[in-house]
Design a protein around this ligand. Structure first.
Ligand SMILES: [Zn+2]
Length: 111
């Protein structure tokens, strides 16, 4: 019975950039907050945007429950262009038919 934990190989997770970094990339405070030293230098708005993008990337895997779907839908209409573009991409991946219907509906008004 040898159950070795493997988290040491991956270091510590940063919730802002979504990367696993070595423990020395985190300050004591950043460790608890899951924010690496690089990301802690960002402004509050930049942190929030980066974290949102990370959360969107995490939606790539697995099924969406209702609350995740709602959150993703809201991000599609986010005022930050990077966030809404990525959200749209991920939304289309999860709901390819929704995109097709939206295009069909809007094609008449565009031309
Ligand atoms: Zn980071």
């Amino acid at each position: 019975m040898s159950k070795k934990k493997s988290y040491r190989l991956h270091g510590h997770y940063c919730k802002i950039c979504g990367e696993y970094k070595a423990n020395e990339k985190f300050s004591g405070k950043g460790h608890a907050a899951h924010i690496c030293k690089d990301c802690s230098k960002l402004s509050a708005a930049e942190k929030e945007e980066s974290q949102t993008l990370t959360q969107l990337m995490n939606l790539n895997v697995g099924r969406l429950n209702d609350s995740k779907k709602k959150w993703l839908e809201n991000r599609v209409h986010d005022r930050r262009p990077e966030v809404s573009a990525l959200a749209q991409e991920i939304y289309n991946m999860h709901f390819p038919y929704a995109e097709r219907n939206a295009r069909k509906n809007s094609s008449e008004s565009i031309h």
